[in-house]
Ligand binder design. Sequence first.
Ligand SMILES: Cc1ncc(COP(=O)(O)O)c(C=O)c1O
Length: 470
Amino acid sequence: MEYEEIIKRLRGIIESPIRRIAPEYISKIEKDYDNKRKKSKAMFEEAKKVIPGGLEHNLSLRWPFPITMDKTEGCYLWDIDNNKYIDYLMMGAPIILGHNYPVIRDAIIELIREKGPAHGVTSEWEVKTIKEIQKHMPWIEKFRFHQSGTEAVMSAIRVARTYTEKLKIIKIGGSYHGWSSEMVYGMHIPGTKSLEAHGIPKDYQKHVIEAPPNNEKKMRRIFQKAEEKGGGVAAVIVEPLGGESGTHPVKPGWNKFLREICDEYNSLLIFDEVVTGFRLSMGGAAEYFGVRPDLTTFGKIIGHGYPSCGGVGGKSEIMDVLAGGIEGIKKKAYTGGTLAANPITAMAAYYAIKEIARTNAVEVAGRAGDKITKGINELFEKFELPFVAWNYKSILHIETGAPLALKMTDNDFLNQLNERKKVMDEFGAALVTQGVHILAGSRGYTCIAHTDDVIDETLKAYETVLKWFS
Ligand SMILES: Cc1ncc(COP(=O)(O)O)c(C=O)c1O
């Protein structure tokens, strides 16, 4: 679906009355949860006593209560009550080969059995893996492992400031770049600035500027102002598909514009490819859009679900400010991490990238993404629901309540946000009762194990649930 059409359809959702699952079906969902997920319910009661809110994972479905998972295989999950689900969360993007992929699993088991999990110094797997990354992304001349996407972003920002000797970081409103103090700014919905930044002193964020998405004029003004009296722009960091993996889609030409303006002002362009690397194409979003960033951040995507994974890569000249402990290098961006580049992570990344290429996973999962999106849109039409689905290959967006499509200027913003989030939560739970597990009911990822049969089964679940809307 084209950008303009997505934006029009999202506005259409916001401007039409909120559609909810009918109350009788809400009770049916609650009963189904209570009857079939007794162990999960009991586990949540226990968890609440020892875990704040009873839940550690932002991506878990929460209503009526979170499900405790037990086992994974291919495109399936099983919970501790032994219910089976077709999974579209896929750990929040990294799993494109299917859960518990044998080639990676067997290599890691062998590594642990024969050599032990980690030793805190260099292993041969680092260079081997970086060479695999370079085969597909030759613009990554040097690479440094970190322990998560959050850390990779912190590192990239520090590198950018050290290298350019400039101060400001421009972040696009509504984007997610992990939870570091500077990046918990302008999250989820453009314009929210420090709304979610509790426990973070204001000073920490005073050199981050939130720019509205897709607005060249405003971006140009921000650059001019920062250069005149703000210490200059060290970098613009973006999710190249748009905020929240494309929930706020980028308009055609936007990434190219960012490349040009960064060049004009000698600022760096950082692509956060935590979700898109090796999923949108083997060369990530950089290849997909034909735009080369100066720095690229990676996270879970390169470890295919094995902990603890992240890294930053880019041009040698820039990356060299990360060199640890080498004499003669004056400017140094300090980073660390005992578990960074541990053999398990580095080896998992090596086999994951090789296997993604060998199995043509980007295209295979992408075709599954096309098929399910088309099927869901046909069902929305059949039941005359004002919802919309679109996909970027294997990255799916299925908007029902569409809370993130709200603008802060929309009528009754906070109430609408809550109501629309409820629609999404209820839809996610309704799908669970039909054996489908998807991120908050609104975002999903396909893998090579989502065959035509699996998708047909998923569409049956959607058809059942969509009939429940009043
Ligand atoms: C685009 C993006 N950047 C950064 C992160 C943070 O990565 P991590 O959860 O590994 O810290 C995420 C996590 O989902 C992400 O989607």
